[in-house]
Design a protein around this ligand. Sequence first.
Ligand code: PAF
Length: 283
Amino acid sequence: MKISETIKSVRELVNAARNAGKRIGFVPTMGALHIGHISLIETAVKQCDFVVVSIFVNPTQFGIGEDFQKYPRPLETDLEICKKAGVDVVFAPSIKEMYPNENLTWVNVEKVTESLCGKSRPSHFRGVATVCAKLFNIVAPDFAYFGQKDAQQAVVIRQMVYDLNLPVEIVVCPTVREKDGLAVSSRNQYLSRQHKKDAALIYKSLQKCRQMILAGETDVSVIIDCISKVLNQSLAIEIEYISVVDAQTLQNLTKISGKILAAIAVKIGSTRLIDNILVDTSE
Ligand code: PAF
């Protein structure tokens, strides 16, 4: 496995692989790799001939007061994980390499960035879309892998790729969960033992939501009430939003129909957690 810290060297490595007829898979990450990332990497390794993983804690997607400084950066462990998973190149650039000067060009994806997490993190998706556009231009992958856990991010990236005609196929992989259902996230390590127990209510509430929809409930306000009751079983959970939206447009629904996304953001202590489920009622 090669480790590349510069744009020039990762481009050379990918070009050589492409010239050898290899299909290039790309998994963009901010490091602190866990089984969720490993499942993305494993899928990429299965579907492609040459896999690049980027490890870059992107400053432009963190808002003021968010956890950019304290975001975990266990680079050595991350490299071991990548090597074991069969990654060909880890691209781990410095901030200077990615943003050598003040960045004046931004990718703003409209509408789908306004609901859900976009409300409390107004510049977050601009930072995500911009860094992904840069990384896609640097790595030039055939396939790029994202997790369903960050459902809105996946929708935003798909929209950007579609609107800008970027020659990459976006693959969205299922959320990986711990035994109690908690969606695996790099931020779970901030949680105390008790808070981790409380956090299991998030998926429990989403499962309840799925059951209600499958049993025929179509009134979104009834469903949201029920999710909120489950979450309120813990005094430690502070609800940021509970939303039931169209899975493609991310617009709020009042009645369930078609493919819906039920998404939640909460704070437990100072840790912000998100999770979601997709339910297709047209099936
Ligand atoms: O999902 C993430 O870890 C980040 O948002 C991404 C896609 C690597 C962009 O920095």
